[in-house]
Design a protein around this ligand. Structure first.
Ligand code: NAP
Length: 293
């Protein structure tokens, strides 16, 4: 259903994500301008969006500026072009480009100096998930700026989550979730490789994925409590015993002539905790050595 009071939005960047965001705002009934460095891509966004070749004209008269570029360096370069920062003054800029917390802090400094209201955001979705229940967007910055635009922003993700006033908090949470995602993905691909190399159909492993996901979930809950209490003692399974299990994974990988880089990296991290005297504690004790350089 179209919104009752459309917002004038410009989406800067018509890559895979920027195009999906622009179309989602337009489908929700907002007035959407699009701009892209390579103008042909902006024209192809479609969905009722209006393509501009001149960035200052695209920004002019818009209340909300949504940015989706490859990285923050591209944004800095663009915003330092002549006349752009004054065209953005008085508007709200929502940064949906992925970056680090330090990128977010630098962007806030620039925005504050140029009279721009700034929200730093992180989108947890593929472009095809935008505007569906599978999309989540995390926001950091001023709560009142977020509240003012929440209804409009829900066009791209109903699950629009305010994280914290600390401007780097959305990027921090994004890095935390993505780190877990990439790490777990590598683990399960290495698991499939072990199965294949040993002549076990990887489908057998994937069919038991809930055993693995259940263990991760239980470990996350246990780790949260232990980190909070700063107490990693327990009576379930010592780090010494876990390390023995990891050694079997390294051995299988070597014997089957597949890459042992991943289990070796695991072993290195867990053994480091044992060298620090934590061998008798539970698995989440590795957090202690991870907190050191
Ligand atoms: P993409 O398709 O490669 O698009 C990159 C965009 O950045 C293009 O519009 C490109 O313009 C523009 N760009 C790059 N350098 C520029 C510069 N120096 N000046 C001006 N414009 C520049 O990438 P994407 O997948 O849309 O990703 C965009 C952002 O969304 C990234 O930060 C990414 O991490 C984030 N993200 C993406 C996904 C995803 O699944 N795709 C998911 C979550 C977050 P040209 O067309 O002229 O090259």
């Amino acid at each position: 259903m179209a919104v009752t009071s459309p917002t004038k939005i410009v989406v800067i960047g018509s890559g895979l994500m920027g195009s999906a965001l622009a179309r989602a705002f337009a489908v929700a009934g907002h007035e959407v301008a699009v701009w892209n460095r390579t103008p042909g891509k902006a024209k192809n966004v479609g969905g009722g969006t209006l393509a501009f070749e001149n960035l200052i004209e695209a920004v002019s008269g818009r209340e909300l500026v949504v940015v989706s570029l490859s990285n923050y360096a591209a944004c800095s370069e663009l915003f330092s072009s002549e006349g752009v920062s004054s065209a953005l003054a008085g508007k709200t800029l929502v940064q949906l480009t992925s970056g680090s917390p330090a990128d977010a802090r630098e962007a806030l400094t620039w925005a504050t100096a140029n009279g721009v209201d700034y929200l730093d955001a992180a989108i947890l979705a593929y472009p095809s998930f935008v505007a569906t229940d599978y999309a989540t967007v995390f926001y950091a910055g001023s709560r009142s700026v977020f509240d003012r635009h929440l209804e409009t922003l829900q066009a791209i993700a109903k699950n629009s989550v305010y994280v914290d006033e600390k401007i780097g908090s959305a990027a921090t949470l994004d890095c935390a979730i993505l780190g877990s995602y990439y790490g777990s993905s590598l683990a399960l691909l290495h698991a499939a490789a072990m199965c294949k190399a040993e002549g076990l159909d990887p489908k057998t492993f994937f069919s038991h994925k809930n055993s693995f996901l259940g263990l991760i979930s239980v470990t996350a809950d246990a780790a949260q409590g232990m980190i909070d209490r700063n107490d990693f003692s327990g009576d379930q399974c010592s780090l010494n015993t876990h390390v023995a299990a990891i050694e079997h994974i390294v051995r299988l990988s070597r014997d089957a002539s597949i890459s042992a880089r991943f289990p070796n990296e695991l072993l290195d991290n867990y053994k480091r905790a044992i060298s620090a005297g934590l061998g008798g504690q539970e698995l989440p004790a590795v957090f202690r050595t991870l907190m050191q350089d």
